[in-house]
Design a protein around this ligand. Structure first.
Ligand SMILES: Cc1cc2nc3c(=O)[nH]c(=O)nc-3n(C[C@H](O)[C@H](O)[C@H](O)COP(=O)(O)OP(=O)(O)OC[C@H]3O[C@@H](n4cnc5c(N)ncnc54)[C@H](O)[C@@H]3O)c2cc1C
Length: 510
């Protein structure tokens, strides 16, 4: 069996070398992998959640061991700058615009590297997880030990390596920082095929570079993620505001307070009915009739979303705490909607909505999403210019808005934030109706970005897709130099993550 597998890999390798136009004088060295390459049926690797850009790779590697990834990268590294071959790690392919694609290159299917997870209990508990593992599986595994990661994304069917390459932001980030602030150690394979274990203490530059590094400096194969005791239940609360200033003041007060909720987000609702339920959530309040009667009547409303975690014995105490916290807020009094779910149900809430959308054929539509980080001092200008003006309804999908504390972000990572101590994440998350296509929404995104530029709001995009290196330079600002230096140190041939469109193979990177 091994021999057969090995032989088929030698064949794969030979084809690889020929297709890359290798000089015939170079020997066709086989890549010794325990997994396998596929050359047909790779359409899945040309797709992503955004469903707008599709580039077929030349091959897909389905690694079985970390050494498969290392050998393949090393092989491409040894092909040198004359070869155009590139490599992209693909997590769950939930990028928006081809970031995990490798046109005519090799896509590494990280999900086939899922494997054992190890939880270490004690004073500072952690889990060692393969980077190709989905966060939902990390959660279930940790729960067996009564523990859970601290910082999340709204949707858990994303891989550990995929979100750590970006940031991983959700309603817990105000307290714990993004997911990239909750990692102790990484195992990374650089663009030269070297396997490096890195942390704050060891190979710190690579560690910080890879976090939020858009896959540019290495492929993460394992991550050590910080854990905390897992609660069993969640009180899940929504309240509504008609005035943005009051809404923002309450949100900011809540994320700054010592005693506060465990999760704080918000939604903008423009010109829609059926206020409470939307595609990204399975929120089902105790009084759904009242909730469904609540209509926005063409107005712009702001819905504050909060949770408090608890274990059954603490319920009475938690109810009292919630009452006290809510009493300080200035929402419309008749709009308090509460529900109670298990911790897993809450964290996996978007998946419940996904299943509903899938059944209606609405999950695989194009998603022209736009995520922007806005300095706190400019959020009112942004809200005035965009909500109810450029954005005239939210019927195609939710618009999230919530502030986070910059002190919880580590500025040694590759991630760039706006310059102020507090900034907002505003996420426009529509799907394009089949009848309309994405153009109208893309135009709206452009108008929003133009508004930010002309009003000089000092925003940064999250999960951006730029077409030129000039735009990337502007995105990174003063941090560009260090980003480019890291590229030349860890992936000098620009082999990795070509779909991000930051560096091109064989082109000078400094
Ligand atoms: C429904 C939905 C909800 C979302 N909610 C949130 C949210 O609440 N908060 C948030 O922050 N984001 C959110 N995202 C965005 C999400 O974090 C990113 O799209 C992320 O890249 C998806 O992870 P993935 O595993 O699918 O990665 P992919 O899309 O497969 O990869 C993303 C990038 O990372 C690179 N990469 C992947 N794996 C590795 C690895 N192991 N090592 C190095 N590079 C790698 C790829 O080459 C690519 O450039 C959401 C996305 C969707 C579709």
């Amino acid at each position: 069996m091994f021999l057969k597998q090995y032989t088929s890999n030698i064949l794969s390798t030979t084809v690889l070398l020929l297709c890359c136009g290798m000089p015939p004088s170079l020997p066709a060295v086989p890549i010794p992998v325990h997994g396998h390459f596929t050359f047909d049926g790779n359409e899945f690797a040309a797709r992503d959640f955004g469903n707008q850009l599709h580039s077929l790779p030349w091959a897909v590697l389905h690694p079985k061991k970390v050494s498969d990834v290392a050998s393949t990268i090393k092989h491409v590294w040894h092909m040198g700058p004359a070869s155009a071959m590139t490599l992209a790690a693909r997590g769950h392919g939930h990028s928006l615009l081809g970031q995990a694609q490798a046109p005519h290159g090799i896509v590494i299917n990280m999900e086939s590297l899922r494997g054992e997870m190890q939880v270490i209990k004690g004073k500072s508990p952690y889990v060692d997880a393969p980077a190709g593992e989905l966060w939902i599986n990390v959660l279930h595994h940790c729960l067996k030990h009564g523990l859970a990661p601290k910082s999340w994304t709204d949707y858990l069917h994303l891989t550990v390596g995929g979100t750590l390459s970006n940031a991983g932001i959700s309603g817990q980030a105000f307290r714990h920082g993004p997911q990239i602030s909750n990692v102790h150690q990484l195992e990374v394979i650089t663009g030269k095929g070297e396997v490096v274990v890195c942390s704050e203490e060891k190979n710190a530059d690579l560690f910080h570079g890879v976090l939020g590094g858009l896959g540019q400096f290495g492929i993460i194969t394992r991550a050590r993620i910080s854990l905390e005791p897992a609660p069993k239940q969640v009180k899940w609360i929504r309240v509504v505001y008609s005035d943005f200033s009051t809404f923002a003041r309450d949100q900011e007060r809540l994320i700054s307070a010592e005693k506060t909720f465990d999760y704080i987000e918000g939604l903008v609702i423009v010109n829609r009915t059926g206020l409470i339920n939307n595609w990204r959530s399975s929120f089902d309040p105790q009084d759904p009739d009242q909730a469904n009667q609540f209509v926005s009547d063409g107005r712009t409303l702001f819905c504050l979303e909060l949770t408090k975690n608890f274990n059954p014995a603490e319920e009475a105490h938690v109810d009292k705490e919630i009452k006290s916290l809510l009493s300080e807020l200035s929402y419309i009094p008749s709009t308090l909607f509460v529900t109670q779910v298990s911790y897993v149900e809450f964290l996996d809430r978007v998946h419940a909505a996904e299943l509903k959308l899938r059944s209606k054929g609405l999950w695989d539509l194009p998603h022209p999403w736009l995520n922007i980080l806005i300095p706190r001092s400019k959020i009112h200008t942004f809200a005035d210019g965009v909500f109810g003006n450029i954005l005239t309804d939210t019927n195609n999908g939710p618009v999230l808005i919530y502030p986070v504390n910059k002190s919880k972000w580590d500025n040694r990572t590759s991630f760039v934030t706006p310059d102020e101590d507090m900034f907002y994440l505003v996420a426009f998350l529509p799907h394009a109706a089949e009848s309309e296509g994405p153009q109208k929404l893309l135009n709206q995104n452009r108008r929003i970005l133009n508004f930010c530029d002309s009003a000089q709001l000092g925003v940064k995009q999250y999960l951006p897709h730029y077409k030129t290196q000039e735009e990337w330079r502007a995105h990174f600002g003063q941090r560009w130099e260090i980003f480019a230096q890291r590229k030349s140190a860890y992936d000098p041939l620009a082999i990795l993550a070509p779909g991000q469109n930051i560096f091109q193979k064989s082109i000078s990177i400094l």
